[in-house]
Ligand binder design. Sequence first.
Ligand SMILES: [Fe+2]
Length: 536
Amino acid sequence: MAVLMVLILLGVAIAAWACKGFVIFCLEVAVSTAAGKRGKRNPWLESNYAPVRQELLEADLPVEGTLPAALDGAYVRNGPNPLHQPIGGHHWFDGDGMLHAVRIKDGKAAYSNAYVQTSKYKQEKKAGRPLFFTLGAMEGVSGVLIYMLQQLKEKLGVVHTKEGDGPANTSVVFHNKQLLALVETDLPQVVRVNNDAHIETLERQTYGGQLRSPFTAHPKIDPKTGELHGIGYSFSKPWMHYYVIGSGGTLKLDIDIELPAPVMMHDFAITEDYAVFLDFPLTINQEGLIKGKPLVRFDEGRASRFGVLPKSSEVPEKIRWFEMPAMFAFHVANAWQEGNSIRLFACMYTEGFDFANVAAGKDRSLPRMVEVRLDLDSGKATSRIVSEVHCEFPTIPDSLVGRKTKYTYVVMYEIVDGEERPHGLAKIDLTASSPAAAATISFGRSRSGGEAVFIPSSTNPAELKGEDDGYLATYVYDKASDSSDFVVYDARSFSPEPVARVKLPQRVPHGFHGKHINVAQFQAQFPFDIHFLPDI
Ligand SMILES: [Fe+2]
């Protein structure tokens, strides 16, 4: 009898070990259900935030108008597209990265979309269910339990994080002949768009294994040096790093930046001589989970700080901090030096910020374009509202990063039936001395769009008639027809009539940031001449 009992217990133990992943999954379901996060309506999974299920490749798309020759190459945009239905809490930032590309050549267009093949994506695809914890679940005691179960999964080998655990869902950058898909919780993924528009993931970019933290989704490429400047933040001290990667892809600088508390730092700025860090009070508070608070929260009682560090500095002690009242910006439009000041422009939340509900139709304090001026002589910081337009996703020409810029192009937001709608584009004059009336473009009735990437009309600066001589490219979603177009506007005339509109074979969910790679950059992705490969 005793032998039989031992055998039964042994069998149960072996079965539990063999099914440990499933057992933990059941525990996660139980915790999420008890916390009321399972089966709950989630705005991040509805309407055009909902994921698409097909990875398509389709050529000879219908084009209205004319695709300018300057667009030859490819437009690629990143955004979250959860592979599986989340177990419980889910935030817009949690979805797996999906790239949507329009390959353009000689006025013709082809579309493709594909997941970035991250380690997380591959493991979850194989398992057939979510394996990694989500930001949306990180609230209250249930968040603590979900986090602990995640640790257990790592310990038991249910998930592997050696090759990272990020979704690579935020942005796309082209540096050192590589197209990179980025998220601030992990390292870059090298991806490539082929002649026929097919998208592939090549490898995880570790820069020789030298990066000591995740890498920002908003690095800045200095137009003069070709250097890639980036930041990285993490849950462990020193909480932030500043990196400089040379034009040839070698890590040149890695500095610890001391902060009073861990913060979510989505963006930063460079000027010709300085890097500017944004220490906003959007804090990461692990202890707060126990008290029922979210992991990431805005602390209105804390000041905002702007840290200015010479780009040439190899020691963090040379950083100077400028204080301002509590404010927050996801995105910087640009910054530059003028006299002995730094002028920094960002889509700024100045009246509080609700991280959990941003863009979910609940945050009523929409950001506006604000200038923060840092006086390097007096050490004082001042601010002013540049435009009353409710804006996000500012863009400028790549050639003007860190240099004086007259215009930035932003997505305009409005509240309709309790939901935020990105209803058009605005061209804001940053140099206007009083709140400027911006030129605007409406996407059209029932339509909403995203970040508009600036594409110069020529790669030869001598041929440009001004900094706004170029085009703006974006995806526009039409709720009435549940379909999306690739739309190109003239940045100079800012005419609401598109230069070109390409009908896409499926809708493109709302996403984050994109990039246009021109003909030379497109070819540079490959170590061989692609001229003879099949094209669109
Ligand atoms: Fe961003």
